[in-house]
Design a protein around this ligand. Structure first.
Ligand SMILES: Cc1cc2nc3c(=O)[nH]c(=O)nc-3n(C[C@H](O)[C@H](O)[C@H](O)COP(=O)(O)O)c2cc1C
Length: 342
């Protein structure tokens, strides 16, 4: 998920269990081909995350094929194509969901990629562009014929963006029609919903926002499938997750740094004012906008994180809310996750 599921976040989720496949945030095929540093950073992953798919976006068959070769060269297990992004900045470049509007061209992109690499090429799409163009069933079939190894369908149109609800009947119909594996995506924010969707005939479920809210959701769904009660997640567990995330982010791209100071949260930062420091704070703010949803007093935490200007202040905010706050639920008690619509 763009801006959210970086390698540090993915590793932490994977460590909690239940995750069968990890997908990177979408990265630009053009950026990969041109060797843009930022793009290459978005595509970084560690062995711990395997099996891993790198998702690319773009609309030019030759560039997509060249980008797929770069992805293969980076050691990814799968190269996934984004045909679902509704954001105009992406869609206007003939990429993302706008590829669904040109099925023959989209098939050409997949065919060029499958000729260029030996790793599986997969496709992530939406239900269609808008209500008049809900062509996922025919497009998915075309992708299969063009050589795609699997498709994933988010059951909303681009026009819907995130409004309404995902059409899982459509996903189930596609799963029935195709011989390749079909994955579904959309609106699983409780582990029980994942289990119900898995039993609807799809090969698997891609969970997006639910993981940003509750990184244990995949492990909890696995518990349910195994006939166990879903594992309890305490407030301390949730606080620990954020501190671990900070730790991993701090280690990104400063691995060689030896400097230390006395602050527990700034100890790994060569210069507390550095851009890296600011980047970590911003990463935590982005995650907090999802992570605090449904959490008791979550809006207070969100405000406090957004006003924590330094990493040290951020660390203290987390400590206070998750470990010290007298008003907050006990560390040993289960976190009261309240259902609310996203
Ligand atoms: C912040 C955000 C970023 C996303 N980035 C991507 C992306 O890079 N690639 C992609 O295929 N889908 C992306 N999605 C869509 C999700 O993968 C998913 O299909 C959609 O959110 C519906 O599933 P959910 O209800 O489980 O979140 C993104 C969604 C959100 C909310």
């Amino acid at each position: 998920m763009a801006g959210m599921t970086d390698t540090a976040f993915r590793r932490l989720v994977k460590r909690h269990g239940g995750c069968g496949l990890v997908v990177t945030e979408m990265v630009s095929a053009e950026g990969l081909v041109r060797g843009i540093d930022r793009t290459l950073e978005y595509a970084e992953f560690t062995d711990e995350e395997r099996p891993i798919a790198i998702q690319i976006f773009g609309g030019d068959p030759d560039k997509m094929a060249a980008a797929a070769q770069i992805v293969e060269g980076m050691g990814a297990d799968i190269v996934d194509v984004n045909m679902g992004c509704p954001v105009p900045k992406i869609a206007k470049h003939n990429a993302g969901c706008s590829l669904m509007r040109e099925p023959a061209h989209a098939a050409g992109v997949i065919a060029a990629m499958t000729r260029a690499v030996s790793i599986p090429v997969t496709v992530k799409m939406r239900a269609g562009w808008n209500d008049d163009e809900r062509n996922a069933p025919t497009l998915a079939k075309l992708m299969q014929d063009a050589g795609a190894a699997a498709v994933a369908v988010h059951g909303r149109t681009a026009a819907q963006s995130y409004s309404g609800s995902a059409d899982w009947d459509l996903v189930a119909q596609i799963a029935e029609d195709l011989t390749i594996p079909v994955f579904g995506s959309g609106d699983c924010i409780e582990p029980e919903q994942i289990v119900a969707r898995i039993r609807s005939g799809v090969e698997g479920v891609l969970v997006g926002r639910g993981v940003l809210r509750n990184p244990w959701i995949l492990a909890q769904a696995t518990d349910l499938i195994a006939g166990r009660p879903p594992r309890e997640v305490t407030l301390a567990d949730r606080g620990r997750f954020l501190l671990d995330y900070i730790d991993l982010l701090l280690l990104e791209r400063v691995r060689d740094d030896e400097s230390r100071n006395t602050s527990p949260y700034e100890s790994r930062i060569p210069n507390p004012e550095s851009r890296h420091h600011r980047w970590v704070v911003n990463k935590l703010r982005a995650l907090a906008s999802w992570y605090t949803k449904g959490l008791e007093n979550g809006s207070h935490l969100r405000t406090a994180i957004n006003s924590s200007e330094s990493l040290d202040a951020l660390g203290h905010t987390i400590e206070t809310f998750f470990f010290d706050a007298p008003a907050a639920p006990s560390r040993k008690g289960a976190v009261p996750l309240l259902l609310e619509s996203v």
